[in-house]
Design a protein around this ligand. Structure first.
Ligand code: ADP
Ligand code: ADP
Length: 228
């Protein structure tokens, strides 16, 4: 599903963000990515959805070789992947419904199909009744649930989340985790960078730890492993 071989990333300013990454993630896995700030977690994740390009090495996602992916094919590739951000990145002038529908309108789905699918995913995240609201009318947890609905509306094989609970209180964070768990149970691969020790140590999954741009630990049902 996701494979990296000898992946090296140097930013234009000379910083080497990741060095010799080698991983394999299978369809249906749930993977936490942990490590200190500046370790390279975001870079690792951004390379998976081609937000950043590897300087050297090979990345395969969904059978697509990202080092050979032409720029004009990136939008097509991204549609096969759901992405969830710490700061939600919802469009503020669009309603909840419109934020989620956006990805389907781009691919010119039929309005009837769009409505059905959008309401289905809003129902899954428990927000069907708020479809007409604007993001600013929602709590942080609700905004994150909208962003998760948006990420899965295209039925991607993988959802990539970069600190999805980073801006949320502990209780709301558990709600978000339960939704990601449900998505994973239905067969979607989930890759999630997180600093949330409680969650990693309670809902056990594979843990990949990155330090100084290198993978220092990769354990099935691992623990968080840091004190704070
Ligand atoms: P983490 O997500 O673990 O905090 P990042 O992947 O964001 O780590 O950063 C890894 C290193 O790369 C850090 O030293 C960071 O300052 C640097 N870095 C991240 N993004 C950029 C960028 N766009 N340009 C230059 N350096 C960057
Ligand atoms: P939380 O305690 O999780 O941060 P809030 O107190 O922000 O939640 O919101 C509680 C409820 O009130 C939510 O269901 C939210 O949708 C609704 N709400 C919050 N702000 C507004 C607003 N400006 N207009 C309409 N509904 C709102």
């Amino acid at each position: 599903m996701i494979e990296m071989q000898n992946v090296y990333k140097k930013y234009p300013n000379g910083i080497i963000a990741t060095n010799d990454l080698n991983i394999q993630i299978k369809q249906g896995e749930f993977v936490y990515v942990v490590g200190p700030s500046g370790a390279g977690k975001s870079t690792f994740i951004k390379m998976m959805y081609r937000e950043e390009k590897a300087t050297q090495g090979n990345i395969m996602v969904n059978g697509i070789n990202l080092s050979k992916l032409k720029n004009n094919r990136i939008p097509y590739f991204r549609r096969q992947i759901g992405v969830v951000f710490q700061d939600f990145k919802l469009l503020p002038t669009l309603t909840v419904f419109e934020n989620v529908a956006f990805a389907l309108e781009v691919i010119e789905e039929q309005p009837k199909q769009i409505k059905q699918r959008v309401m289905e995913v809003l129902n899954l995240v428990g927000l069907k009744h708020k479809a007409r609201m604007l993001p600013t009318e929602l709590s942080g947890g609700e905004q994150q649930r909208v962003s998760i609905a948006r990420s899965i509306v295209n039925t991607p094989k993988v959802v990539i989340a970069d600190e999805p609970t980073g801006n949320l209180d502990p209780e709301t964070s558990w709600d978000i985790m339960n939704i990601l768990e449900e998505i994973n149970t239905r067969g979607t691969t989930v890759v999630m960078a997180t600093h949330n020790r409680e969650i990693v140590n309670t809902i056990r999954h594979r843990v990949i730890a990155i330090e100084g741009g290198r993978i220092v630990r990769d354990e099935q049902r691992g623990d968080y492993g840091y004190e704070s």
